[in-house]
Design a protein around this ligand. Sequence first.
Ligand code: FAD
Ligand code: NAP
Ligand code: SF4
Length: 680
Amino acid sequence: MTPARRRAPAYPHLFAPLDLGFTTLRNRVLMGSMHTGLEDRARDFPKLAAYFAERAAGGAGLIVTGGFSPNTVGWLKPFGGKLSWPWEVAPHRQVTRAVHEHGAKICLQLLHAGRYGYHPLQVAPSRLKAPINPFTPRALSARGVERQIAAFASAAARARDAGYDGVEVMGSEGYLINQFTAPRSNRRTDAWGGDAQRRMRFAVEIVRRVREACGPDFILVYRLSLLDLVDDGNAWDEIAVQARAVEAAGATIINSGIGWHESRVPTIATSVPRGAFAGITARLKPHVSLPLVAVNRINMPDVAEGILAAGQADLVSLARPLLADPEWPNKARAGRADAINTCIACNQACLDHVFENKRASCLVNPRAAAETELDYLPAKTPKRIAVVGAGPAGLACATVAAQRGHAVALFEAADEIGGQFNLAKRIPGKEEFHETLRYFHHRIEETGVELHLGAPVGPGHLAGYEAIVLATGIVPRKVDFPGADHPMVVGYLDVLGGRVEAAGRVAVIGAGGIGFDVAQFLVQAGPSPSLDPARWQAEWGVDLAGDGRGGLAVPRPEPAAREVWLLQRSPGRPGARLGRTTGWIHRAALKAKGVRMLGGAEYLGVDDAGLRIRIDGEEMRLPVGTVVVCAGQEPRRDLQAQLQAAGVVAPVHLIGGADVAAELDAKRAIAQASRLAAML
Ligand code: FAD
Ligand code: NAP
Ligand code: SF4
């Protein structure tokens, strides 16, 4: 091909190099900091190196590690990752070497947790307990403040010694530096508190001293909280002044921080619109001249390119999207966005794991942070494999097995692949689930899986296969109370599948993940606000343009389409078992729509006048016209019994809901399926 006829790059702004003066980044993709759990023990560093090496090979320009504390009091948790002693340097060299071999740059994130530290040694500007932490911090003395600054500078010097190209100083999300900058957590009256200038002095001194310790040719990213999303957070003019001061003190790049961990506005969950916060980075642009990074819910190349092309930022931060698909940048550069395994922002295997003290991974990519343990190597003896059911479990199993060289036939009774994901994608705020199905369509074609749609499979179809995988999913559990067969009692499949139009007043029986989703579906009038940043910001009270403290406005939820009661038999608050980092969002969203969530309900019966329940000995009648049953699920295993009866000798494997329906989710279904396929 002659140069004149060469195809224009698919995303020219995203893949333009960025010259920082002393070094050049190969593109505008910054892999945002994420804690994986591999940072905390030196013996896990080979795994950490393999994890970062895949992301560097996948094309990221600049990688930022998970947070390392500059000293013990700054730990996130006891014995968490830290870089304060000379002997803590050496393990990092495996990481920096592995990344550099693939042409990417890497910064170590310096994170002092302050009052977010989950241990009794924690320190903070003032003795004010964080609402999300049982420990109360010790207020730093003036000498203590100096010691923290010195710790940042010496940890940065050690990072340089370990081969890092720079550091990211974590000044947002409500960690120590942010605790100093905001009046919410800084009540000091000395040189480190009071007016905005004195509150930001800690941040500026850290940047100045890190620059001094590391020299001019070292990348210094400062993560600045552009939107605290808490009461008594910083006002916009204070943030702009801080940005200029940080630039003058020697920062190379400013990365955006959105929301504190204690804020009650979702910032990265799947219901947050894509690119919803890019506007606040754009607002900072006229105030500084160093490159700015836009963050949060940038999961596809068109979103990233749009932000850069509009001049809202100079780089984009992709954190979870690179867990989901390490090859994201390479695929985007090659114009193969349809091949990207998109992060659906569920938090189920990444952030939830971190908060549960488990190693992070990814729902759609169980290899994430397990690169040395879960390998899809070519099969030694290729086999003919039948996979029955094209829900998440069957799709993952079939495509991984085919990638390994097996001849795979995938049978699905419905006219489309996806199983229950076809219901999940209809829930307002879960539109991202479409992307997983698009990805699997692509994978089926790419790996050569033979797809059979539109007819349930019986034993007769499965003769001649050397292995049979049953991924036939679940059947909804039936309920048993007087009137359970009344015409107004319907299942969630009927409602979400569009076969039943619910009445104006609805009771939802069962408050698990599906009960919550069905309630959300029922109260939403019109298009989902997750597709419209302005409406979403109004609903949650986010003000990107105002001057109020913390970027908060009065939330203005849109009216609910229906009156809904969400019920469970167990006592206590419905939703207590939902995702660790997202359950509160589901509860808050339904509360804003007036949904009544009741625990400890006894179902007495349904008749033409509605549903009778008893709670704490008190009987009441809910005047509903529809009762939607979301009472959990049972495995669908009829085919297994038929195969046994037919005397089929090929090994039969059960995965996903067909294996265990209790507490099934797509994370377990995909992980179990991928692990089986790696061994077949
Ligand atoms: P399924 O998805 O049930 O797929 C089974 C497939 O097998 C079906 O397509 C079925 O048609 C097919 N099949 C059955 N018998 C035969 C046969 N004889 N021949 C051919 N085909 C057959 N999980 C999460 O992790 N996060 C979420 O946010 C989430 N949200 C959800 C929201 C809703 C509204 C729903 C309903 C579910 C949600 N889930 C969520 C649950 C998740 O979708 C399931 O855990 C997952 O789909 C289970 O995967 P599976 O492949 O085991 O089963
Ligand atoms: P679930 O979470 O097990 O909830 C089932 C609900 O039904 C519970 O509230 C249970 O509470 C009630 N119930 C159980 N047996 C009942 C009976 N015989 N009669 C009346 N009520 C009964 O199951 P699910 O909501 O069907 O969800 C299925 C899976 O999908 C879950 O494991 C979930 O993880 C996953 N999912 C996840 C998400 C997510 O956002 N992460 C969203 C949707 C689904 P009581 O027993 O107290 O009444
Ligand atoms: Fe994204 Fe969910 Fe994977 Fe986390 S677990 S990276 S949120 S898809």
